[in-house]
Each structure stands twice: as C-alpha cells, then as structure tokens.
Write a protein that binds this ligand. Structure first.
Ligand code: UGA
Length: 465
C-alpha cells in the first residue's frame, strides 16, 4: 500500500476536526491536537463536541481504524508528522481585529519539537501579513529547524463542513516554495479521490446535500481547482471572499428596505438580478443579516488591517452598519402591528447564527431576542440544536422552550429568526391556532406570503410583497 505522509492538525474546531476526520478517512494517519482535555476525550469516544452533519460518522470510523489519534501532546504527535495543519482559533479583539496569540503560540510549540522537512500549513483565517510573522516566530523558537510554510485558507461553511471539505470547490495554496505547495496539493488529491468514492451519499437531514449531484455539476478537474500563488495573496483571498459575500447580503438587505417602500418584492428582484451570471443568485437573500464566527470577524479584521495600512475600507463599514440595522428593522416590523412591545408575548423560532449548526456566535436571532426583551416583550425561544450554546449570550429573561408548539403557544407574534427546515415546513396552521395573536415576522423570507396570509397571519418579511 502507498505510504502516506503522517499529519498533525492543531486545533479541533469546525475546520480542524472536520479536516482531521476527512483526511483520516482518506487514508492518512492524523493526530488531532487540542489543549482542552474534554474535547480530546469526546473525540476519542468517536464523536465531535459540537453538532455538524455527518461528522460523528467520519470520526467514529477513523477512530475505529486507528487513523485518527486525538491527543493533548505536541511531543507525541508533531515529531511523527511530515505536515502540520494549524487550525487554531483567532478570537476577536475589542477593536474587531483578530487576536493571533493562539496562531503564534501553536506555531512556536510546533517549531520546538518538529523534525526537519516539516511543512507548516496555515488553515486558520488570518490577516494578510500573518504568515511572514509566523515564519519569523518559528525560526526564533527553533533556529535549526528546516521547514516550509504554506497558507491554505479554508472555505468550508458550518452546517455543511464535511460536505464542503470533501467536495472542494477550490484549493488555495500560497507559499515561497512550489514543492511544498505540490505536496499539499497531493494531500487534497487523496480527499478528491475519497469524495468520488462517496458519490451518491447524502450529507444531511437538514442541508439536503448529496455528493453525487454536486459532482455531476463539477465541470473542472481537480487540478483546475487548485490555485497556487504568493503567500500574501492566499491570505487575502480568504478574507476578501468572505467580505464580498457579506457585502452581497448587506446589498440585498439595502435593496429590500427600498422594496418595502415600493410595491417591489425582494425575492423577485434578486431572482432577476442574480440570473446575471456575472452576479449570481447566492448570498443575495435578504433577511435579518449575517452572523457567525467568520463574517463579522473577517469583515472587522479586514477593516482593521486596511486602517493600519492607511487604506480606507468604508465600503465594508457600510456593510456592517446595514447588518447592524437589521435588528431594529425587525423590531420596527413587529411594532408596526403591535405598537408598544411591552408585555407582548413574542415567540422566536431559531437561535443559531444559521440553520444546520449549533453555533450561536454573533447570531442575529439572539440579538433580536435580546432586543425584544429590552423593550419589555415577554420572549419565548426554541432552536433544534443550539439551546445549550444560546444560554451564554441570550438574556436570562428569554424563556427557552422544548418545541415549536410550546414556543408559539399563546403568542401575540411569531418570528422566524433562523430558517431551519423544520420551521419552514412546520404546520403553520397549527401554529396560528395555538397563538393568541396573528403577527408573523419572517426574518429569513422563507415562508410563502400568500399561504401565510390565507391562514390569517399578518405577514411581514424583509422587502416582501
Ligand atoms: C462563511 C463562508 O460562506 C465560508 O465560505 C467560509 O469558509 C466561512 O465563512 C469561514 O470563513 O470559515 P459560514 O460562516 O459557515 O461560512 O456561514 P454562511 O453560510 O456563509 O452564512 C453566513 C451568514 O450569512 C449566516 O448568518 C446566514 O444566515 C447569512 N446569510 C447568508 C444571509 O443572511 N443571506 C444569504 O443570502 C446568505
């Protein structure tokens, strides 16, 4: 059998653990390293410590074959590895920029125990210029070590992390060393082979993604999906891509506000606009706006780096302002029907930052729920996966419920805050009957306006007619 390079992955978040599980299933021996003992213990039992479709299945298979080795120890894993992927977190600084302490700390720890010939791959999203700093810190930590550094930003989306990792749209590699980039390309080639073997496998109850369908749509060969470039270019690809997507959403929301003042319907408008292949329909869905661990941080990080280099990035400041305004916009929609929200019973469906994940970071749904309680409303909320996670940032006065029906019971208004499929296909007639009022704010524009009106709801969307 072909001998594959042993790999270590530092950091077991969405990116690190998904990459580790996929590479281990592609045949690599993979050490997955974290500093938190509870996380490592859970992975050893064959599952993730967060919810992500199809991930537990891959982890448990890889633990059984022995390809995936969870560990707390750099000494046990790094000296055994030819390639190390850095996937550690970059928490927010108060000014919105990335805190890179974990990135530097992990790189120095790797450098101290690594063997010569190491390829250090950065998968975490970092501001442009970070790679050079990492290289210099690694050299300082171990001046003797021979290594190459590759920036390889990750584009997976939470909720479809496994699917995106297997079914790569693009592989971005940035480095001073062509040979190092070739070796990382060879690693991903194995993932592409695994993906082809999985044709027909359905990934997910909620996202309804099937590998086969996408593979058929995939017109480019694996090689044509690999882009090799300068280190700094690769770093800038990642944040620019996320910033552009955030911009698209804020653009759609701005046009939706205008649509609300006219007889236009935003879905019709964006269907027309997005049919231009130069523009595309994706990420032009108006609603409560963007959240999560990536867009908010990447956008503020980009603004911070640009400020630092004396380059204005007002286009992104505007996108942030539009996004922030969507919470008050949602509140106004409710006030239009309920006037004063004090003591009004409002049911909020969804707390995660988007469907398919238990992640609640910078969730617009939580911001809206908290704002409603601030205004004196009595808020009940439910999410299929993110209840525990939500407790940390959700106002304590928000009452968590166990089901859709419990949440809407006796409510004056219901808000669809996250477009979980369970909510979109729910029995809205029964919901209407269980409520004492009739106001429905569709914060994700996912419900059929005519159907909802026929059920007797006073329907509000974002830019809907
Ligand atoms: C995002 C990018 O889509 C990934 O390509 C990237 O790899 C990832 O960040 C990252 O940097 O790691 P993710 O944060 O998982 O992925 O979430 P998205 O699916 O992009 O959604 C972001 C937010 O935008 C969600 O709150 C979603 O509800 C909102 N959204 C998305 C809209 O309001 N309208 C849209 O049309 C699309």
């Amino acid at each position: 059998m072909e001998e594959l390079a042993p790999i270590s992955i530092v950091g077991t978040g969405y990116v690190g653990l998904t990459t580790a599980a996929v590479l281990a299933n592609a045949g690599f021996k993979v050490f997955t390293i974290d500093i938190v003992p509870e996380k490592i213990e859970t992975i050893k039992k064959g599952r993730a410590y967060f919810y992500e479709e199809a991930l537990d299945e891959l982890i448990s298979k890889a633990i059984d074959t022995g390809n995936l080795v969870p560990t707390l120890s750099y000494e046990e894993s790094i000296p055994e590895s030819d390639i190390v992927f850095s996937c550690v977190g970059t928490p927010d600084r108060p000014d919105g920029s990335h805190n890179l302490d974990y990135i530097y700390g992990a790189a120095e720890s790797v450098a101290r125990v690594a063997k010569d010939g190491l390829i250090m791959v950065q998968k975490s999203t970092v501001p442009v210029g970070t790679g050079r700093e990492v290289i210099s810190k690694m050299k300082k930590a171990n001046p003797e070590l021979q290594f190459e550094y590759v920036s390889n930003p990750e584009f997976l989306r939470e909720g479809s992390a496994v699917y995106n990792t297997l079914n790569m749209q693009r592989v971005i590699l940035g480095s001073d060393s062509t040979e190092a980039m070739d070796r990382i390309e060879a690693v991903y080639k194995k993932v592409d082979e695994l993906c082809k073997k999985l044709e027909g496998v359905n990934f997910g109850e909620y996202t309804n993604l099937a590998i086969g369908r996408e593979l058929k749509a995939q017109t480019k060969s694996f090689e044509d999906r690999v882009f090799k470039m300068r280190l700094e270019s690769a770093e800038l690809v990642k944040v620019s891509a996320n910033a552009f997507l955030a911009l698209k959403i804020s653009f759609a929301n701005s046009i939706a506000k205008l649509a609300d003042k006219t007889e236009a319907d935003i879905n019709e408008v964006m269907d027309g606009v997005g049919s231009d292949t130069r523009i595309g329909r994706a990420f032009l869905y108006a609603g409560l706006g963007w959240g999560g661990g990536c867009f908010p941080k990447d956008v503020s990080g980009l603004i911070a780096v640009a400020d630092d280099r004396g380059v204005g990035m007002s286009i992104m400041n505007s996108a942030v302002n539009v996004n922030d305004s969507m919470i008050d916009y949602g509140v106004e929609k409710l006030q239009r029907h309920l006037s004063d929200l004090k003591d009004k019973k409002i049911a909020v469906l969804g707390l995660a930052f988007k469907p398919g994940t238990s992640d609640v970071r910078k969730s617009q749904a939580i911001k809206l729920a908290n704002k409603l309680t601030e205004l004196g409303a009595s808020v009940a909320a439910y999410d299929p996966k993110a209840m525990e996670e939500a407790k940390e940032t959700l106002a304590s006065s928000v009452v968590l419920k166990e089901s859709i029906m419990d949440t809407v019971s006796d409510a004056d208004a219901v808000v669809l805050a996250v477009d979980w499929k369970d909510f979109v296909i729910a029995d809205w007639e029964a919901i209407k009957d269980a409520m004492s009022g009739d106001v429905l704010f569709d914060g994700r524009n996912k419900l059929d306006i005519h159907e909802m009106s026929a059920l007797g709801f006073r329907y509000e969307g974002v830019g809907r007619r």
